[in-house]
Design a protein around this ligand. Structure first.
Ligand code: CP
Length: 319
């Protein structure tokens, strides 16, 4: 059996729970130096058509922990530069007998197209303005570790929601698990039809983060912006930057997150990014474990394969 991870919107609550529980179990085992399941005969293609640091390296690390081999694909050095389509590239990799694909692409829906033609698990590593499901899973694991639960939390997502696949995946995931999701930003950077993503819109930062339990800052994606979306970066920072003054509007123990890469001094100041309430490095660390979970689950593995039936993860930890 193989499964795809194309977007959070395509997963149900049970599947999200399973992925998070697998990630928590893998994290525990890696930290304690215990065995994790091995898939040594499988080869995963790493197709990064857009730049990446965190996602690419964490998928490589996840594959290493699971004993998977990886085949790297440099888009610029591939036959796509000679005009080959994405469909023909995917078919080529299929008949070269790769077992799974991790794909990042600037085009929304590219992983969905790959899944139609590949024949094995396809994992979305971020596609255009559509989804970044493993980022959202890592963020959820981080919130669960710090807050104990997601249900009932107020989560404010700040900034360039319009261009953000992270905002979309987080909104789908966190609302599915019972959080109140708010989008906060200037009118030009909030989707014109925000009703398509679950969340309440605010344009005033103080109101938008009032009583927040979690703040997720977003990078200003200038490479995806058209002319006139932002009057100036300085003005944006003066209105929407998360800093000591802004944090006073949120709950005292509000968690500050950012998927990276961070534009320090714009979306968030140094004091906040490096402060006690920041969970940014935890998000990076958890990225490895949710990607292990996604690869393992994609190849058909489940919790029941690594934990005795009916024994909760917490009980096993105590054992
Ligand atoms: N958060 C994220 O996707 O970072 P990278 O672009 O470095 O992978």
């Amino acid at each position: 059996m193989s499964r795809h991870v194309l977007g959070i919107r395509y997963l149900d609550t049970t599947e999200i729970d399973t992925l998070l529980a697998l990630a928590a179990e893998f994290k525990l085992r890696v930290i304690e130096g215990r065995e994790v399941p091995q898939l040594p005969k499988k080869v995963v293609g790493m197709l990064f058509f857009e730049n990446s640091t965190r996602t690419r390296v964490s998928f490589e690390m996840a594959a290493n922990y699971l004993g998977l081999k990886t085949a790297n694909f440099a888009a610029g050095a591939s036959s796509m530069s000679k005009g080959e389509t994405l469909k023909d590239t995917i078919l080529t990799l299929r008949y070269e007998r790769l077992d799974a694909l991790v794909i990042r692409h600037r085009m929304s829906g590219a992983p969905n197209l790959a899944a139609r033609f590949f024949g094995g698990p396809v994992l979305n590593a971020g596609d255009g303005m559509h989804e970044h499901p493993t980022q959202a899973l890592g963020d959820a694991l981080t919130i669960l570790e710090r807050k104990g639960q997601i249900e009932g939390l107020r989560v404010s997502i700040i900034g360039d929601v319009e261009h953000s696949r992270v905002a979309r995946s987080n909104a789908w995931l966190l609302s599915n698990l019972g959080a109140e999701v708010r989008f906060v930003g200037p009118r030009t950077l909030i989707p014109t039809e925000p009703g398509q993503i679950p969340g309440i819109v605010h344009h005033d930062l103080a109101t938008g983060i009032s009583g927040a339990d979690v703040i997720i800052c977003l990078r200003l994606q200038k490479e995806r912006m058209s002319e006139g979306m932002l009057s100036s970066v300085g003005e944006y920072a003066s209105m929407y930057q998360i800093n000591r003054e802004a944090l006073a509007w949120a709950n005292d123990d509000c968690l500050v997150m950012h998927p990276g890469p961070i534009n320090r001094g714009i979306e968030v100041d140094d004091w906040t990014a490096d402060g006690d309430q920041s969970a940014i490095t935890a998000q990076i660390e958890n990225g490895v474990f949710v990607r292990m979970a996604s690869l393992y689950w994609g190849f058909g593995g489940g919790l029941e394969d690594i934990i005795e039936p009916h024994v909760p993860v917490t009980a096993r930890r105590a054992a």
